[in-house]
Design a protein around this ligand. Structure first.
Ligand SMILES: Cc1cc2nc3c(=O)[nH]c(=O)nc-3n(C[C@H](O)[C@H](O)[C@H](O)COP(=O)(O)OP(=O)(O)OC[C@H]3O[C@@H](n4cnc5c(N)ncnc54)[C@H](O)[C@@H]3O)c2cc1C
Length: 429
């Protein structure tokens, strides 16, 4: 299957060559899944001198990794301060630090290739949808104190000067965060890994994985791979490949819209170079790309409607924040599935001897997948036990076959919580 029609596939650079598995192969590690989790794991392994084969059912970056919002920042889908409450400051800090290191590694890996990957200026604003100045200030203070972050509080007047909407109150800027052409980034990372010896096979779904003596046999339509270790990195697209992982993965659809060029009317709405997200459970996130276009993401659902319907839905959301942009046209809209765990944290660990998993990055996977890849690669190559930091976040059952219904109900309940917060905090506005 070719790439879906997205901003990323329309602006991608050259692809990565690959053959299909045509004979039986032997290797030390076989990674299943060619999104950022799989490619980062493959890269980490070949950098450590381990022979590795990667099989991808479609094409590299065909899943969430090549069609996301492109926001790259430390942290997890789960709120960092909730991690402090769950695990204590020390454990939460160690987890967060892993994501800082991942961002640094990403920066090293894209050196010299920034032009085709980095987009826009650094920095992103989180705008509060709620009239809760004290809450936003406390959040900024706690994050800066506990996680050594450099968040900058923006009073509501400053937010309103730069983002001309009645929806926002106060906010905070994360100065150093980056935005990527995410598909180009996957392909770049794959090229780096290929150069170090990673073998990549596109259009090669793993159909079955079975134990063969003390090794694993990964069966594909055109040949099989006999391997000491297998790494599952299939995220929301895992289907029924590995029952324990499949039961622990909730595929959640989410959407992005690319508008047509807005020209000078963009200034009627946005007067700062920073990308934006808001702090609702069901938040919007957006940034300016190309010639004054908006890349507008949001919503979670069990459904993936047609691209035409998505465009209508997302335009409605955009105009609810910036009604002055009425008349803006959609260029293209698309959706993708994120793999979520119940606890909203990555699932990184070992199922049994030689069988590893690296999944569950949810809506915050651009940097955390690099972290996951490094943890799995160092566990396999050096018997490093760092991945055990994720032991508290197991493979909880997500309620399949009703998982998507649960996702939809969770979304509705989040919307209700947002509406409740609005009525409680924003009453006098
Ligand atoms: C619309 C959208 C917006 C997002 N925005 C952001 C954002 O701005 N910032 C951020 O940090 N995160 C964002 N995310 C989340 C982020 O994209 C994901 O967390 C991350 O890309 C997950 O990477 P992955 O490799 O685990 O999964 P994927 O990229 O989904 O890759 C899984 C791959 O496994 C392959 N596969 C599945 N089964 C098999 C099999 N049997 N054999 C071989 N291959 C198989 C699939 O074809 C797929 O290519 C967003 C996600 C979406 C969908």
């Amino acid at each position: 299957m070719s790439y879906p029609d997205t901003y990323y596939s329309r602006t991608m650079g050259s692809g990565v060559e690959s053959a299909a598995v045509s004979e039986d192969i032997e290797t030390q590690v076989c990674v299943i899944g060619g999104g950022l989790a799989g490619v980062s794991t493959g890269m980490g392994l070949v950098e450590r001198g381990i022979n590795c084969v990667l099989v991808e059912a479609q094409q590299l970056g065909w899943g969430a990794s090549g069609r996301n919002g492109g926001f790259v920042s430390p942290g997890f889908s789960q709120d960092a301060l909730k991690l402090v409450r769950l695990l204590g400051e020390d454990h939460a800090r160690r987890l967060y630090e892993l994501t800082n290191r991942a961002v640094e590694l990403i920066q090293q890996r894209i050196k010299g290739f920034e032009d085709s990957i980095l987009e826009g200026q650094p920095g992103s604003l989180t705008a509060s949808w709620f009239n809760d100045e004290t809450g936003v200030k406390r959040y900024v203070e706690d994050m800066n104190r506990i996680f050594d972050e450099d968040l900058q509080f923006w009073p509501r007047q400053k937010v309103a000067e730069h983002y001309l909407t009645k929806r926002y109150f106060d906010g905070f800027l994360k100065p150093g965060t980056m935005r990527f052409q995410s598909l180009n980034y996957v392909l770049h990372l794959a090229r780096l890994a290929l150069a170090k010896g990673l073998q990549i096979f596109h259009h090669t779904p793993a159909l079955q994985v079975t134990r063969k003596h003390d090794r694993w046999l990964v069966v594909t339509p055109s040949g099989s791979i006999l391997t000491d270790h297998v790494v599952y990195a299939c995220s929301g697209y895992i289907d029924s490949l590995q029952p324990q992982l499949s039961r622990a993965t909730l595929p959640v659809a989410t959407y992005v819209l690319l508008t047509q060029e807005l020209g000078s009317s963009l200034e009627d709405a946005i007067r700062a170079p920073y990308a934006v997200s808001d702090n609702r459970f069901s938040s919007n996130y957006y940034r300016v790309v190309g010639n004054c276009r908006l890349l507008w993401g949001g919503r979670v659902s069990m459904f993936q409607p047609s691209q035409e319907k998505l465009a209508v839905l997302m335009l409605k959301d955009l105009l609810s924040v910036y009604p002055q942009l009425k008349g803006v046209q959609a260029d293209v809209a698309w959706g993708g599935y994120m793999g979520y765990a119940r606890h909203k944290m990555p699932q990184i660990g070992k199922l049994s001897a030689g069988a590893w998993y690296c999944q569950g990055f949810g809506g915050h996977g651009m940097a955390t997948t690099t972290m996951g890849g490094e943890l799995i690669a160092s566990a396999i190559a050096q018997d490093d036990q760092g991945y055990q930091l994720f032991a508290p976040f197991g493979l909880d059952y997500v309620g399949k076959p009703f998982g998507p219904v649960i996702a939809q109900m969770a979304y509705w309940s989040y919307q209700l919580q947002d509406a409740f917060q609005v009525s409680r905090l924003n009453r006098k506005y």
